[in-house]
Design a protein around this ligand. Structure first.
Ligand code: MGD
Ligand code: MGD
Ligand code: SF4
Ligand code: MO
Length: 701
């Protein structure tokens, strides 16, 4: 029998056709009839079979007794968890419990529906997630400019003629905040129709290899480039009138700020020749169908939010927003803008460093110090929902040390990892193939409007629970310990009873597409709802587009203080098609071949350090140092080095890296560096020293 579902491993939402015989998965291939992905998949999709069959996947709740995990039943695991949380909060106050929600939650229907209730019931200011090591700048820019944190415009890649890609490598990552299965094919199509793809990146990436033009940039200087581009456009009158002039405000403020930008200075700081900056600005402004897209390489730098804001401004004033071939807003069948908070900023601050919240969360760079620092309000317990912050957040080793002092920690995960191995209880959800799925989040960021429901592919073992059920249970059980009205408790029970399918059916009904769950069940490949269409100004979640929100304008003082060009080494990260954040390191077919755990460095820089290809080098930051093998790469910008993200040297059975000298890039990034506007961590452009490792020097001499 063949069943169809959407892959939940990355943002691309590829349709899968899965052949199952006698309860075994025989084959996973791309679903040619999926109207969105049309047969595209990548090798990671096959890992869904490995995960499902993996003997190391946790299938029963684990509880730690005498320092060792032993299996227990769901009743004990859930009851103990609820009671421990309640006791801890009764003893120390609500803020003593923290929650960290990792990336896989947004690929999970149950988590999306039931995690928010649970998180709110904790009534703690200490809510954290992977969003603040990722896309907070995008969310905050969308919130300020368009009125909703998730109103993020998406590149209309299939209709554009000029695609500027800054700080993204979609050929490896399969796209992000641009759900677009088969990015390589789509990029080639742009060039085939006579268009251009321009990549701006400190590394000549797999995407740059495909592009028409590659511009190498000094890490962390994108903000200057965007300011210069804006100045050139405004000064030369290259901006284009369009509907945006009717419903936006703040152009004069932009004009007055850019006057202080000296394009010559910018050229020096970014290492991009002045004539190339001018050509880029003019070409983009004059193109009819163009979009400028900045992703994680831009968000995770010191000026992350301000850069993302200026990128929006450049698109808007050249009339590229909300027009075919530009940046457009999707119209998904379930519009999450109607269900999720539009966002708010600074309603409370973190205890130790006074960092402001955004949309109900504190920046994750504050988590470690909130656990370590004694006093009123100290974190004593942690709920870890599908995440691995000891590897994925800056100075992860320090976080790993800190969590060992917690009085209680529960993890919702089906694998042990560097973080949750220190938990007291593990609640394992079913495998990704054993649950229903609907992409609430990624339809919202997709380059085409489609709708698809995936029924569980495999039956689940008796008594097993999915993430949604786990959170619904925890909510109801914790509610019993709290002073809540009968009505509130009843609401939680009702939502639990309803189940994910019925809630989804209701959300679809509320949407404008006319698609019902019944129709989706009858169309297992999904339903096409057409290309993105213009929707401004009606679609705005505030009266006008704010071109100059106060918070970002204020940050320009930091930008004006341009500083000097330095010769220090700067560290950036990279993704590989066959890696998936910090997990799937144990899946054989994804981890074969040449070691990926290498430090990329340009041959010229290597020579100046006396480093040869394959030498062991030490990379040292203000926080720590790691030893790693050097790989000479002529695509690296001068004085920039690059480490893969997601590996760790703290290996054990489930996370062991197959590659020697593995370490985590986040052993050397630090939590004391953050984007002052958004609170997002700085993971790109970290200052490091590089030199031959002692062991290597000894061998050489
Ligand atoms: N230096 C550096 N650091 C980075 C980044 C970078 O580029 N450079 N990228 C950042 C980004 S973009 C992100 S999103 C974060 C990710 O950071 P995290 O979200 O903290 O890490 P993941 O590796 O995605 O977490 C995976 C964990 O979730 C579990 N899991 C997988 N699927 C499920 C499921 O369905 N249910 C449950 N309950 N658990 C599941 C896995 O077993 C694994 O243990 O890392 C960030 N960190
Ligand atoms: N195979 C695979 N796919 C994934 C993931 C994965 O781990 N593996 N993770 C998923 C997740 S959670 C996310 S958020 C997305 C991220 O998707 P992308 O945003 O495409 O992420 P990366 O591939 O890390 O690309 C970031 C690029 O930014 C560049 N960069 C670094 N610093 C700077 C800078 O200062 N300026 C400029 N202009 N560029 C810079 C880097 O060299 C790199 O090429 O990928 C998703 N898809
Ligand atoms: S590109 Fe992403 S969604 Fe598509 S098959 Fe690969 S991992 Fe799955
Ligand atoms: Mo991410």
């Amino acid at each position: 029998m063949t069943t169809y579902r959407t892959c939940t491993l990355c943002e691309a939402m590829c349709g899968l056709a899965i052949e199952v015989e006698n309860g075994r998965i025989m084959k996973i291939r791309g679903d040619e009839e999926d109207p969105f992905s049309r047969g595209h998949i990548c090798p990671k999709a096959l890992a869904l079979k490995n995960i499902h069959e993996d003997g190391n996947r946790i299938r029963k709740p684990l509880i730690k007794r005498n320092g060792k995990f032993v299996e227990t039943d769901w009743h004990e695991a859930l009851e103990t968890t609820a009671k421990k949380i309640a006791d801890l909060q009764a003893k120390y106050g609500n803020q003593a419990m923290a929650i960290y929600a990792g990336n896989p939650n947004v690929h999970n229907l149950g988590s999306m529906l039931y995690l928010p209730n649970f998180s709110k019931l904790l009534r703690t200011p200490n809510r954290y997630s992977a969003s603040s090591v990722d896309q907070w700048p995008h969310q905050q820019v969308a919130h300020e400019m368009y009125g909703h944190q998730f109103m993020v415009p998406i590149p209309d890649i299939d209709r554009t003629d000029l695609f500027v890609i800054m700080g993204a490598n979609p050929v490896a990552s399969n796209g992000s905040l641009m759900t677009a299965p088969g990015v390589s094919r789509r990029l080639k199509a742009i060039m085939k129709r006579g268009g251009e793809v321009i990549v701006i990146d400190p590394r000549k990436t797999e995407t740059a290899d495909l592009a028409t033009t590659y511009l190498s940039i000094r890490p962390g200087t994108d903000v200057y480039l965007m300011a210069a581009v804006l100045r050139l456009i405004l000064e030369n009158g290259w901006h284009q009138p369009g509907p945006w002039t009717e419903f936006s405000t703040g152009l004069d403020e932009l004009k007055s700020f850019v006057q202080s930008i000296d394009v010559k200075d910018v050229s020096r700081l970014t290492s991009i020749p002045q004539d190339e900056i001018e050509c880029l600005a003019q070409t983009f402004a004059k193109a009819e169908k163009a979009c400028w897209y900045g992703r994680i390489g831009v968000s995770t730098q010191r000026f992350g939010a301000t850069t993302q804001w200026l990128i929006q401004c450049v698109n808007i004033i050249t009339n590229k927003l909300d027009t075919p071939g530009g940046l457009m807003f999707p119209s998904p069948a379930v519009n999450v803008l109607d269900f999720l908070s539009p966002g708010h900023h600074g309603r409370w601050k973190s205890r130790v460093r006074s960092l402001p919240e955004f949309a109900g969360e504190l920046p994750v760079i504050a988590l470690t110090e909130e656990i370590e620092t004694a006093g009123d309000g100290q974190i004593k317990g942690l709920v870890l929902a599908a995440g691995n912050p000891a590897v994925t957040t800056p100075n992860g080793q320090r976080l790993e040390r800190a969590i060992q002092g917690l009085e209680f920690m529960v993890a919702i995960d089906f694998y042990l990892n560097e973080t949750n191995r220190h938990a007291h209880i593990i609640l394992p959800p079913v495998s990704p193939l054993e649950r229903d799925h609907y992409d609430l989040i990624f339809h919202q960021f997709a380059i085409r409007n489609t709708s698809k429901f995936s029924q569980a592919t495999m039956p689940r073992p008796v008594g097993a629970m999915d993430d949604g059920e786990i959170f619904a249970e925890l909510t109801c059980r914790l509610a019993r310990h709290k002073k809540l009205s009968f009505g509130q408790k009843f609401k939680f029970h009702l939502q639990k009873r309803m189940g994910a399918r019925r809630i989804l059916a209701f959300a679809l009904k509320k949407g404008q597409s006319g698609v019902s769950l019944k129709q989706l069940l009858q169309n297992p490949h999904g339903i096409d709802l057409g290309a993105m269409a213009a929707q401004l100004p009606k679609g705005l979640r505030q009266e006008q587009i704010q071109l100059a929100p106060k918070r970002f304008v204020e940050d320009l003082n930091r930008v004006k203080d341009v500083g000097k060009q330095t010769e220090e080494f700067r560290l950036i990260g990279r993704r590989h098609l066959l890696n998936n954040n910090s997990w799937l390191r144990h899946i054989p077919h994804l981890n074969r071949g040449k070691s990926r755990m290498t430090l990329l460095i340009s041959p010229k820089d290597a020579e100046s350090l006396g480093v040869s290809d394959g030498d062991l080098v030490t990379v040292k930051s203000d926080v720590a140092q790691i030893d790693v093998v050097a790989e000479l790469d002529s695509g690296m910008t001068h004085r920039v080095v690059c480490l893969p993200y997601g590996f760790s040297g703290r290996a054990h059975a489930h996370t062991a890296s197959p590659f020697p000298h593995s370490a985590s890039i986040n052993d050397i990034t630090h939590s004391n560096d953050w984007d002052r506007v958004s609170g997002n961590a700085v993971l790109s452009g970290v200052r490091v020293e590089v030199g031959l490792a002692d062991a290597q020097t000894a061998t050489k001499s």
